[in-house]
Every structure is written in structure tokens, then in C-alpha cells.
Design a protein around this ligand. Structure first.
Ligand code: XIL
Length: 461
């Protein structure tokens, strides 16, 4: 069920996605707990955001991640996704081979799972990708020029039509230029059969297919000023001069020791922005660990924030364990969903609090994260994951506050007690090893109110 309708923006406009409802509930929950327990003398928690999406939103940006549909059944994956991100890109599910593996037969099921999850959480969605040489089924390469052109139009029409109104920006063409010093086009069925004009054709087809979404060109190794980015720059400048529809340029930003964050990253983003397009960091990951990885991540965030038309950052996955480059541990959460130093440096570069209230592992004694689970008829299940920080704990407690006339009708995996109103449940549990987690659950009778519960902070005992 769609709980909220995300605000989508017209081409060329910028701004953050609406905040995640879950995240807002957690923040409100923390203040509610302070009020309820009469704690005084703490500095105000109000100003600094404590999640990536909220911190980015305060800067007028979105903060997104690649999402894999088949991970959406994993509780920690979902709670980290919901709590920290407000934009989603399907990691593979909207590519040509996933949607139209055989000619004329369209399968949107996996893409829909990503889009529906994101929209239910109030996240915006980036569409990835329409025309790309890779993850392209063999049948496309076997077509002659005339058929290829009409199949490209058909694919763009069908896919953009299916997702019309739900996608903030589409990667219309992906990776069309070669690496190296030539600045040449990459060889592909599109390039070899349709010639240099195919990119322009694809963008014109895309604008016709959905005039209300942003159209991006996306590539890698274009993050600094070099021959490849110069070639993309020349194309975008030409498109703008001739009125070929293009709204944004995506910089994938896959970095490692052989290909570090370039020193002229910000200058490169700026020169594209100066052409009158939005720039977006679309697939960020940086191999490494510890403080050097954290510093590189912070530098990327600072570069985006320094360019007013840099409207958002997407990291290429939630957790190291599912990264396409998992051996390089390139993401913000480790394989146990602990926040890495890179997480804290990103949050702090975004102006957030650097606090540790969600994913665990940042040194706090224990942390909680909430996700909504099953929903049926007049009730839904909530799930809270409690995680010990870097030391073992002998016990924990947190609160779950529902809004009257909601009532909690059942609980599991914890020991509940209730305040006088019956709206605030304190849940207690036993020992946890360092970094270990447990999950408790409860059923909320909505009595007509479907708002999510507020979860208090985690306290050890
Ligand atoms: C990658 C996915 O992460 C992998 O799961 C898949 O096997 C290959 O593609 N550039 C892109 C992305 O535009 O679509 C790629 O994603 C990474 C490089």
C-alpha cells in the first residue's frame, strides 16, 4: 500500500526528496522519550540531523543508494535503507536484459519491487538505465539498423511509460564513451549501427516518452577533467546549444587506489553545471577502509555541496557484503550493517550530528532501528532491531510509542511493560555480544491511524 506520494520535480528543478517517514518518526521518538522521562540538561537534539538523508535534505540534496530487489526481505538491509536513504536506484532490475530479455516480452516485476518499496518509504527513484552496451540481451545486437532504431524507441517508450510519474531522473544513455585518451565513442550495437547520432536520438525519444522526468547521461572515469570527460562535456555543450533535451549528467564515481577521487573533481562537476545541467553523483563507492576511505568520502560530499547544481549523491549499495566490489569494502556500512568511519565522515560533511542512533557499531552502547513489516486489515507489525555497540552489554531497553487511538495488541522477543496511557511500551531484553543484534516485534491495531510508532533511544542495563 502506498502510504505517501513522493513529490516529483519537473525537469531542471532541484531539491531534496521528502524525508523518510520512518526516520522522522525516530527523531520525534527521541524527543518524545526525553520529554516523557523528564531528562533535562541535555543539549538540544533538534538542529543536527543524525541520518544521511536528513542531513543531505538540510543541504537541499538527496542521499540515495543502489537497491537490490532480492535483498528487500532482509530486516537489517531494509531498516538501514529506510533509515538512512531517501533515493533509490535499482542496481540491476531496470536494465535492458532484466526488463526485455526476449524481444517483445517485458518483465517489470523486480523493478516494481524496488520502486514500490522506495515510494512506500517516501524515497525518490533514479531510473537506471535505458540504452547501454552492457547487460544488453544478445538479440538486440543482431538487429539491423532500422529494426534497432525502432526497438530502441519501443524499449524507451515501454519502460518509461510503465514508470511514468514515479522516476525523478532517468539514465537515458550509460557509458557511451571509451576509456583512455582518445575521447572516442565506445563500440556497441547502437554506435556501430546507428552511428554518432544515437545518443541524441535516445534523448529525444526519452523526452517524448515522458516529458516530466529528468534525462541524464551517465558515465564513469569522467569524474575528473580528462580526455573522456572532455568528450562528454563537448557532447553536453553541443546538446544544450542545439536544444537536444538533456537535464543532468551522472558521475558514477567508482573509486579505488588505482583510480582515486581526482583533485579536480569539484572543478569538473562545476564546469558541467555551468553548461546548465544538474550534476549528480550516481554510483559512488570507494574501496578501502578506515580514515583514508573516510577522508575520500568526505571529499566527494564536500565537492558536491560546493556545486549548487549538484543535487544529490547515490552510493552503489547499502552494505559491503552485497557490493559488486565487496572485496574492496567500498561502502558506508560493513557486512553487519555497522556504520564505518566513512559513514560518520559523510554525515559530518553533510552537516549532520555524527551521532550514532541507527545502525550500531559506532561506539554507542546500543542502538535501535525500526522497520515496518507485515500489514493486513486493521493492523501492522513493527520490527525493531537492537544492536550492541563495540562492547558487550548485559541488557537493553527502549520504548515504542504509538499514537492514540492506536494500540499494541501483541509483542514477541522481548519483555514489555506499559505506562499509564497504554501508548508507551518499554521493551527489555538480555545480553548481547559486541556488535550483535536481536529483533523484537509487535502488532499495532491502527484503529484508523496508520502512522508509524516512535522508537526511543536504546539504553543498556
Ligand atoms: C553493476 C551491478 O552493481 C552488478 O550487480 C552487476 O553485476 C553489474 O553492474 N556501472 C553501472 C552499473 O552503470 O549499472 C553497474 O552495476 C556498475 C558500473
Amino acid at each position: 500500500m502506498v502510504k505517501r506520494t513522493p513529490v516529483l520535480r519537473a525537469p531542471g528543478t532541484a531539491g531534496p526528496a521528502p524525508r523518510s517517514r520512518t526516520r522522522r518518526a525516530l527523531v520525534l521518538g527521541a524527543s518524545a522519550v526525553l520529554a516523557l522521562t523528564g531528562v533535562t540538561g541535555l543539549s538540544s537534539p533538534a538542529s543536527a540531523a543524525s541520518s544521511l538523508d536528513e542531513a543531505a535534505a538540510a543541504k537541499g540534496r538527496y542521499f540515495g543508494t543502489a537497491v537490490a530487489a532480492n535483498r528487500l526481505s532482509e530486516g537489517d538491509y531494509v531498516s538501514t535503507l529506510n533509515n538512512e536513504f531517501n533515493s533509490a536506484t535499482a542496481e540491476n532490475e531496470m536494465k535492458w536484459d532484466a526488463i526485455q530479455g526476449s524481444r517483445g516480452s517485458f518483465n517489470f516485476a523486480a523493478g516494481d519491487r524496488v520502486v514500490n518499496h522506495a515510494r512506500n518509504q517516501g524515497m525518490q527513484v533514479r531510473g537506471h538505465t535505458l540504452v547501454w552496451h552492457s547487460q544488453l540481451p544478445g538479440w538486440v545486437g543482431n538487429l539491423g539498423a532500422g529494426e534497432l532504431r525502432s526497438e530502441m524507441r519501443n524499449h524507451i517508450n515501454r519502460v518509461m511509460g510503465h514508470y511514468r510519474g514515479k522516476i525523478a531522473a532517468w539514465d537515458v544513455v550509460n557509458e557511451a564513451f571509451q576509456d583512455g585518451s582518445s575521447g572516442a565513442r565506445r563500440n556497441s550495437p547502437f554506435q556501430s549501427k546507428l552511428g554518432n547520432g544515437y545518443i541524441e536520438e535516445a534523448f529525444r525519444m526519452a523526452r517524448e516518452a515522458d516529458p516530466n522526468t529528468k534525462l541524464c547521461y551517465n558515465d564513469y572515469n569522467t569524474d575528473g577533467i580528462n580526455a573522456k570527460s572532455n568528450a562528454v562535456y563537448a557532447m553536453v555543450r553541443d546538446f544544450k546549444a542545439r536544444g537536444v533535451p538533456i537535464d543532468c549528467v551522472g558521475f558514477q564515481s567508482h573509486f579505488n587506489s588505482a583510480s582515486p577521487v581526482p583533485g579536480d573533481y569539484q572543478a569538473n562537476l562545476q564546469r558541467f553545471a555551468d553548461l546548465g545541467v544538474e550534476v549528480q553523483i550516481t554510483e559512488l563507492d570507494i574501496e578501502g577502509s578506515g580514515s583514508s576511505q573516510a577522508t575520500s568520502y568526505a571529499n566527494v560530499v564536500k565537492a558536491c555541496l560546493a556545486v549548487s547544481r549538484c543535487t544529490g549523491i547515490t552510493v552503489w549499495g547499502v552494505t559491503d557484503k552485497y557490493s559488486w566490489r565487496s572485496g574492496g569494502t567500498p561502502l558506508l556500512f560493513d557486512g553487519n550493517y555497522n556504520k564505518k568511519p566513512a559513514y560518520h565522515s559523510v554525515l559530518s560533511a553533510l552537516g549532520g550530528s555524527g551521532g550514532d542512533d541507527g545502525g550500531g557499531g559506532g561506539g554507542g552502547a546500543c542502538t535501535v532501528s525500526y522497520s515496518k513489516a507485515e500489514e493486513w486489515g486493521d493492523r501492522f507489525n513493527g520490527r525493531v532491531t537492537v544492536r550492541a555497540g563495540s562492547s558487550a552489554i548485559s541488557g537493553w531497553r527502549t520504548t515504542v510509542t504509538v499514537t492514540s487511538p492506536q494500540k499494541i495488541s501483541a509483542t514477541w522477543n522481548g519483555t514489555p511493560s506499559w505506562d499509564g496511557s497504554g501508548n508507551v511500551m518499554t521493551m527489555r531484553g538480555g545480553q548481547l555480544a559486541a556488535g550483535a543484534s536481536t529483533t523484537f516485534g509487535f502488532t499495532v491495531m491502527t484503529n484508523g491511524n496508520t502512522s508509524p510508532p516512535s522508537i526511543g533511544t536504546c539504553t543498556t542495563s
